[in-house]
Design a protein around this ligand. Structure first.
Ligand SMILES: [Fe+2]
Length: 251
């Protein structure tokens, strides 16, 4: 892993399989933009849900093909296999399918679980609990973009008690989704231990944006925002997360 550069743990980089880049040329453009943004490592996280990637075991193969192409193009970016997991699909996935898109060392593997835009609910909590029961910790993708209902608040508290990490979108901090989302992202960044920031890049309309997000955080008074895009996500990849707290918080 490139030690002095940023690490993106939520990034749609694989071509033609979800609502990310449509073709390999668009993938290469996104990868080049990530390098220019200061990033050295990207976890490629296509949507894992019925209409996109229904079988995650194909992700490592596709990442291998992309890594080969990046090497031929001399684009210096490490790419690892991951997925943005929809909670509705969790119970249908086998252990090898989950393992194919998990990150972290053995016994401390974690998965990126998508916060639904319509809000988190009991179904989301059940899926997260199931992942922990099956040995995987949880990183919650862009919770600031979820509709803020009482159930959302309860589910997020449940996840924080269970030891989950929150991943906030750089574009939320830059105001792309409005002031309410920006304010919520700033609040979660300050209350959630080990929160990290990622671009959730898709295409030319949503490019890598870690560096501008750091500038926005500095302008908002944050003294050391670099930890959210460097040491924080790098620690997740190298040291993983413990998944052993599901039983303690399930009621
Ligand atoms: Fe995403």
């Amino acid at each position: 892993m490139r030690s002095l550069s940023y690490v993106e743990i939520h990034f749609h980089l694989l071509p033609g399989i979800d609502d990310g880049p449509a073709c390999i040329e668009d993938s290469l453009a996104l990868a080049t933009a990530a390098v220019s943004d200061g990033t050295g490592t990207v976890v490629a996280t296509p949507h894992v849900r019925a209409e996109y990637v229904a079988d995650p075991t194909e992700v490592p193969v596709l990442v291998g093909e992309l890594v080969d192409r990046l090497g031929r193009e001399r684009i210096r970016l490490d790419v690892l296999p991951g997925g943005e997991l929809a909670h509705e699909i969790v119970e249908r996935l086998t252990a090898p399918q989950l393992e194919a898109i998990a990150q972290g060392p053995p016994e401390r593997r974690w998965l990126l679980l998508e916060a639904p835009f319509e809000g988190l609910d009991a179904g989301f909590m059940a899926a997260a609990d199931e992942l922990r029961t099956r040995g995987f910790a949880v990183v919650v993708a862009h919770p600031e973009r979820a509709l803020r209902t009482r159930e959302t608040t309860i589910a997020l508290e449940h996840e924080l008690i269970a030891g989950s990490v929150l991943q906030l979108n750089a574009w939320s901090l830059l105001g792309l989704y409005g002031e309410a989302v920006r304010t919520e992202a700033l609040r979660l960044l300050r209350v959630a231990p080990r929160a990290v920031i990622a671009s959730d890049a898709h295409d030319s309309a949503r490019m890598p944006a870690l560096r501008p997000a750091l500038e926005a955080l500095r302008a908002a008074g944050e003294s050391d925002p670099g930890r959210f895009v460097g040491p924080g996500p790098r620690t997740l990849l190298e040291q993983g997360l413990a998944a052993g707290q599901a039983a303690a918080v399930r009621t």
